[in-house]
Ligand binder design. Structure first.
Ligand code: SAH
Length: 522
């Protein structure tokens, strides 16, 4: 054995700051490293949305750690885990909320790695203190108000002897004070600051879940804030910002002022992508919930297709009417030990350009593309070619419009329909949706096609009209166009928003205008 193969590749641990909550606030390097990770150990405060950057094969480990709740792993276990994975040769990303070296015990984790001789790197992150201030409209420093900031942990009981925090010096020592982990001890913290000489009228802001759609903030003074926070029911994770700069929020609050801030919008989707609509709405501050109303699945039996695959040469045409049909057809073809060469013989027709492009990706060029990209259009183009006595295969969904096979049969063709996939209504999310509707958590539902309306209503599963009315009573409904809107009203519900043109940007714009008008009227 050569020396090279006998030495194991050394692993490495990257301690990466995830940023404060908004997944867009991770660093470019942090995101790059997530994309290379083999193991990711992540915290409660690191946005789970960041995990989409991680390769599918990677091992994901939730390390937990939520103040007051039983820890999923002790700090010792986490340290040991990092060492063990690295020594086994893995590229490990340790993803921590905010900045790893600010009140995150990142220092301890890295000390442990250093002692164990493990290679490591630390990538800073946007810490929640600056993010919370910024997203609450508070510049943490300002020439006219303060030239200094102190970051403090409020986790320590300030009354306990031997506290590491010198409140007497801090109270008046820094212009702006930002306290992490201080909600539980807030009454003692403010008392300490006042007792040590800070003006009781000093403005204070408390910001929870900063930079996320759930952000919530309240403002008061050292004298009043503890009561305000208790009254508002604000729980961790939250930051306490103390200092004159807090008054600037009156002028420059921007995040919470966005037109859709705090609105929970359910974006229903079928096959078409909901991402463009979601991105547009989120840009204006909405809290979007993507709600898939259709799931594409293989069929239970491929008996029909399998038989036809053995005699493809007998066909004159194979018609592909959707992207799913192409994907499922080729999956089955490959699993039978065949490939594109076995499709030599029949002409290949695609319903549209995207379907033709996908076919090309499987090594098959479409011979026929209709001028109008619909089933009717495809039928017409084939009729122009003459189909009498021709054998035609259509791999497609179990349930689909019959217009294409019927038209072709009517013109004397032998048509075989082979079901290769099916659309099913996803079961899993029903309960969650019901719960949210019942608790009045949904402000709006958007519909972009009639099938999203029908499937949504099936999933809501109201026993009758009266129950549906109760569930949907506070929900605003937005429909992309007249056909979708008609399906809504046919089902006994009212459409509140419908753009003039039936496009996603127009729908987004109409929703924003709706809430702007509502705010102006309020
Ligand atoms: N390393 C982290 C801090 C970890 S300590 C950082 O740099 O931000 C945990 C505390 O951070 C919480 O108790 C809370 O005070 C604060 N925190 C973290 N994320 C927060 C957020 N999105 N909004 C408000 N406070 C947050």
């Amino acid at each position: 054995m050569s020396e090279q193969t006998s030495t194991k590749r050394a692993g490495k641990v990257y301690l990466v700051g995830a940023g404060p909550g908004d997944p867009g606030l991770i660093t470019v390097r942090g995101k790059y490293l997530l994309g290379k990770a083999e193991v990711v150990v992540y915290d409660y405060l690191a946005s789970p949305k960041l995990l989409k950057h991680v390769p599918k094969e990677a091992e994901l480990i939730y390390a937990g750690k939520k103040g007051g709740v039983k820890h999923t792993h002790t700090q010792e276990e986490i340290n040991q885990m990092l060492v063990d994975w690295a020594l086994s040769g893995k590229t490990v990303v340790r993803l921590k909320g905010g900045d790893p070296f600010i009140f995150g015990r990142g220092g301890e984790e890295v000390e442990e790695l250093a002692n164990a001789g493990v290679d490591f790197e630390v990538v800073p992150g946007v810490t929640s203190a600056t993010a919370a201030a910024t997203y609450a409209g508070i510049p943490i420093t300002h020439r006219e108000y303060t030239a200094s900031v102190a970051f403090i942990t409020g986790h320590e009981d300030p009354t306990k002897p031997g506290s590491k925090i010198d409140w007497a010096k801090l109270a008046t020592g820094a212009g702006t004070l930002v306290v992490y982990m201080g909600i539980k001890n807030l009454p003692i913290i403010v008392k300490n600051l006042i007792d040590n000489g800070r003006d009781p009228k000093t403005p204070v802001a408390v910001v929870r879940w900063a930079s996320t759609p759930q952000q919530r903030s309240v403002v008061g003074t050292l004298e009043t804030i503890a009561e305000i926070v208790q009254g508002a029911g604000i729980k961790p994770p939250a930051l306490i910002i103390v200092g004159e700069v807090v008054t600037l929020r009156d002028t420059i609050d921007w995040f919470e002022k966005r037109p859709l801030f705090g609105k929970r919008i359910v974006v229903t989707r079928t096959r078409e992508q909901a991402s463009e609509l979601m991105a547009g709405l989120e840009e204006s501050g909405a809290n979007c919930v993507e709600f898939s109303t259709i799931q594409i699945e293989p069929v239970e039996s491929y008996e029909v297709l399998d038989e036809e695959l053995d005699r493809l040469q007998e066909y004159h045409w194979i018609l592909f009417t959707s992207l799913n049909a192409v994907n499922f057809f080729f999956q089955r073809l490959y699993s039978m030990g065949k490939d594109a060469r076995d499709m030599k013989g029949p002409g290949i027709a695609a319903v549209g350009k995207a379907t033709a492009d996908l076919l090309m990706g499987y090594g098959v060029r479409a011979d026929l593309l209709p001028s109008v990209f619909t089933g009717e259009g495809l039928a017409e183009s084939l009729l122009d070619q003459g189909v009498e006595g021709r054998n035609i295969l259509i791999p497609r969904a179990v349930k689909a419009r019959e217009i294409l096979p019927e038209t072709l049969r009517g013109a004397g063709a032998q048509v075989t329909v082979a079901p290769v996939y099916q659309n099913v209504i996803p079961d899993g999310k029903r309960e969650k949706l019901r719960e949210q509707l019942e608790s009045g958590d949904v402000d709006m539902v958007t519909f972009t096609s009639s099938s999203t309306v029908r499937n949504f209503l099936t999933m809501v599963g109201a026993a009758d009209r009266a129950e549906l009315d109760v569930l949907m009573r506070d929900v605003t409904i937005a429909a992309i166009g007249p056909i979708t809107a008609k399906t809504v009203t046919d089902n006994g519900l009212q459409v509140h928003i419908q753009p003039e043109s039936y496009t996603i940007p127009d729908l987004t714009h109409a929703i924003v205008e709706f809430y702007k008008a509502q705010k102006a009227g309020a």
